[in-house]
Structure formats: C-alpha cells, structure tokens
Design a protein around this ligand. Structure first.
Ligand code: IDC
Length: 481
C-alpha cells in the first residue's frame, strides 16, 4: 500500500473584527456594558496523505472570557469528513462541523488559547476551511473596542506545529521520534505512516535472565529490531504478587530499550481471567506509575490489556475508557493500544468481527486496537478480517506466533509468510512471541541460550527465531520528510 505524502498546509486566520455574543434572552443588560466583547483567531494546520489527514486547530479567544465554547466551520469539499476527534466533541452534518468544548478546556480567558484536533478523510481534494466561528461569531481575529485590556499577561499561544528537523541519529527512535495515530496508521514525527517490527519478551516472572544487556544489544544491532514488547503478566506469579517489583522491572526494561533506540511497548499481560475489569484497580495503579515515570520519553507505547476473553466488547471499552485517562494525565501524547474481544482477535475467535469495534470505538484519541494471531492456527478467515478492519480502525499486532496458539509446535512457514506479507503491505506494526529460550516452538532461542552470553547470529536460534530474524532485519526505510 502506498501513501502519497502531501506538503502540510497551514492557514492562519487573523485580522480585526468585532462580534457580539448573545446573552441570555431574559437578562436585563446594564446600559454601560450591553454586549460581551468577542473575537477569536484560529489556526488550522493539516498533515495530509492520500485519502486521510490529521488536523490541528488552535483557538484563541480575543474577546471577554468564555465558559464553554463551540467552534464551527464548513469543509470546502463534500468529500471531507471528521473521523475521530480529540479535546472536543465533534459533530458533522453535511459539510458543516461543530466542535464543542469539554469540561476541562471550556473556560478561555481573554487571550487564552486551546488546541483541539481530529483525524479526517477526504476523497478528491482536501482544502482547509476558510471561515471559523466561535459561539456563533466569525473568527477573524482582533479584539473588540469595548473590551478592557487584559489585566494579566495572556498565556502564550500554542505555537503551530513545525516540521521537525532531520533525524540526528540512525536508531528507530532517533529517526521516527514521538509517534501518533494518523487515520488508520501509526505515523512518525514527520507525519508519515510507518511499521515497527520487533519482538515480545516472555513473561518477566520466568525469563528475566533473557533481558540483560547482551540479548538486547543483539535485538537492536543484529536483529535491527524497532520494538521491544515488555510482557508483564498480571497473574501467574506476575504483577499481583509484587506490584513494586514488577513496576521497577518494567521501567528498567524501558530504559534498556531507550538506550538502544528502540520503542518500548508496555504490555499489561492479562490472560486468565479474561475480563480486564478483574484487574482494573491494578491497571490504574500500574499505569499511573509507569506513565508518570516515562512521561518525558518519546518511545513508550502502552498496551492496556493483553487478551480479553469471555467478555463483551462493551466491557473492554469501558475498561479502556477508565485506564486511558490515567495514562493521558501523565503522558498526553503517547499511543495507547486496546486489546480486543476473543484473545485480541477483533472478536473473530468468539464468533464476532471487527464491526463491534468500528461501530463503537473507544472514546479517546491517539489509540489503536490489538490484533493477535498464531500462524499455524489462524489463517485465511482471520487474514481477511484484518484486511477488512485495517481500512477502518488502526491496528497493531502486539503479539503473534509462527506456531499454534499453544505457543508450541513447528513453524508454519507458509502461513507466517502470508501474515507478515499482509502486515508489511498494510504497514501494521508487530511484535513476535517470544524473545526467550523457553522450551516451546514459539521461542526464538534454543533452550539454555539465556544461561550463556551469546545472542547474536543464527547458531543460538530456533526455526522460529531464524524466520523472525530474517524478517525483522531487512531495512526499514523510514520516511524522514
Ligand atoms: C504462553 C506461553 C507459555 C505459558 C502460557 C501461560 O508461551 O509458556 O505457559 O502462555 O502463561 C497467548 C498469550 C500468551 C501465551 C501464548 C501462547 O498472550 O501469554 O503464552 N498465547 O500460548 N495468546 C495466544 C497464544
């Protein structure tokens, strides 16, 4: 799948204009102050690619303070749609769009600004809207002559996004920087869709010895991996037995991935019981801690529940909508991945399909949905569903095996190849289960490897390890402009 990058457009609407806010109809207005002064300036910036775009909209209030606002604009082309917004409630009717403030950003003092955004789609052309209104008044910038000068220095306006400078290093994180979801893709700091390819740890409670320095050097340098998934089981002698110890262990591995220029995917590895709500309080505690600790990093991705099973999508969604705000409060720009029904099969393994997610998406921005497969067990019907879903929702294969769903057995080379070719084509990121020496077919290393010091090269690898190393170490060719 190719995407045609477009130069980003920036439209700054400023000027001088005066408007009037309608006050409550029953109010008896004092004669000296008959009208609230209004005025606003809007910047509308897009990153656009073939068929999709991300818009960043900064609203500055140049009138009297407002408590609650509605931004209005009209798309110039009938093919333009808002698909997913953030920091406001978006509604579209025909080409007319409104964005209503949320509780935390509704109050705007004189001179204050706030930034909202959305992902959109377009068909033929994607011009920026040319006019905006705030609470019904056209935003052409400027302040009303009746408004008193602000008594305090207004907060600085959020600077419009600028194109980041060229990368200063060659690691995946140095090149791609802070990631964000763009339409159905994962985009790098240049706003271009990318695919991350990497490996998952096995359960940290059992295989910590496999994640000392040398093995992670091999992953970064010999395998040329982009991503380390840090799989922290919650049950089975995992997190619940020692929250502080496991939190520290995860943070240490985040640091090791960071030092090697890899992305770190923090996996809250729920499995049995399958209802994520069973671990809701643990999840809140854990994610509050790791998101605070790693907030300033640009390489951390959060996977809030591994494989929900035996539970409805609406329950998973309710769980996500309680955990995501905890992460956002500390680390607002991190990508968050939500597990899906039926062991993260988009519902397929429990007789459903991805419509339940596409029709009832998690109400949060910058999120993706997990899909897992085991190549010897999950074949054409799963691949067809991934292909169908990928056109509508952002997917991340946070775990898959080349073998059966038991984690054991022989590599299914034909099915694994078909899967990875599909993921490459769709630019869907993935992590393979497992970067460990477990005595099972899915492990990359031969048993006993983690007792020694050698991880690079092929002598220590299983069939699965060999297959995965060959797939992962091909050049990434990440776009940088
Ligand atoms: C498996 C491990 C195995 C372990 C078992 C139970 O490979 O050593 O005994 O978990 O903890 C998943 C899960 C993942 C499973 C894996 C293979 O996310 O925890 O690991 N699998 O069964 N989903 C589908 C397969």
């Amino acid at each position: 799948m190719t995407s045609i990058p477009r130069p980003s457009r920036r439209h700054l609407l400023v000027g001088g204009a005066v408007g009037a806010l309608a006050l409550a109809a029953t109010a008896v207005l004092p004669s000296t102050d008959a009208m609230a002064a209004t005025g606003c300036a809007v910047t509308y910036t897009t990153n656009s690619w073939q068929g999709g775009f991300t818009a960043t909209v900064t609203i500055q209030n140049l009138g009297d303070p407002v408590n609650g606002w509605t931004l209005g604009f009209t798309f110039p082309n009938s093919g333009q749609r808002v698909t997913q917004g953030w920091s406001a409630t978006f509604q579209q009717s025909g080409s007319a769009v409104t964005a209503q403030s949320l509780s935390y950003n509704g109050a705007l003092a004189t001179g204050a600004s706030t930034t909202i955004g959305f992902n959109g789609s377009w068909t033929t052309v994607n011009p920026a809207p040319t006019a905006f209104t705030l609470n019904g008044t056209t935003c052409t910038g400027g302040t009303s002559p009746t408004s008193a000068p602000p008594t305090t220095t207004p907060p600085p306006t959020t600077p419009p996004p600028t194109t980041p400078p060229p990368p200063t290093g060659t690691t995946p994180v140095a090149i791609n920087g802070q990631l964000r979801v763009c339409g159905v893709n994962l985009c790098n700091q240049y706003g271009r869709p990318i695919q991350l390819r990497g490996m998952s740890t096995h359960g940290l409670q059992w295989f910590a010895r496999c994640y000392q320095g040398a093995s992670l050097d091999a992953l970064a340098d010999d395998w040329q991996a982009d991503l380390l998934r840090i799989s922290m089981y919650v049950q089975e002698q995992g997190y619940e037995t020692n929250p502080t110890g496991f939190t520290n262990q995860v943070n240490t591995l985040v640091d090791k991935a960071t030092a090697r220029g890899m992305y770190a995917l923090i996996d809250f590895h729920t499995l049995t019981p399958g209802d994520p709500m069973y671990n809701l309080e643990r999840a809140k505690t854990f994610f509050a801690a790791v998101s605070a600790r790693n907030a300033s990093k640009n390489n951390v991705i959060y996977e809030i529940t591994n494989e929900p099973n035996g539970v409805s999508w609406s329950t998973i969604r309710a769980y996500a909508e309680q955990v995501i705000p905890i992460i956002r409060a500390n680390d607002p720009d991190a990508v968050v991945i939500v597990g899906t029904r039926g062991w993260s099969s988009l519902g397929v393994s429990e007789g459903g399909n991805s419509d339940e997610v596409a029709n009832n998406p998690v109400r949060a921005s910058n999120i993706m949905y997990a899909f897992h497969f085991y190549a010897a067990s999950h074949r054409d019907n799963y691949r067809a569903e991934v292909q169908r879903a990928a056109a509508r929702i952002p997917l991340f294969v946070t775990e898959f095996g080349t073998v059966t769903y038991t984690g054991d057995g022989a590599v299914d080379t034909a099915s694994s190849t078909a899967w990875l070719d599909l993921l490459d084509r769709l630019k869907i990121s993935y992590a393979n289960w497992t970067y460990s020496d477990a005595s099972e077919g899915s492990a990359a290393f031969k048993p006993g490897t983690c007792n020694g010091g050698t991880y690079a090269g092929t002598a220590v690898l299983t069939d699965s390890g060999n297959f995965m190393r060959n797939r992962i170490r091909t050049p990434d060719n990440f776009p940088t402009s």
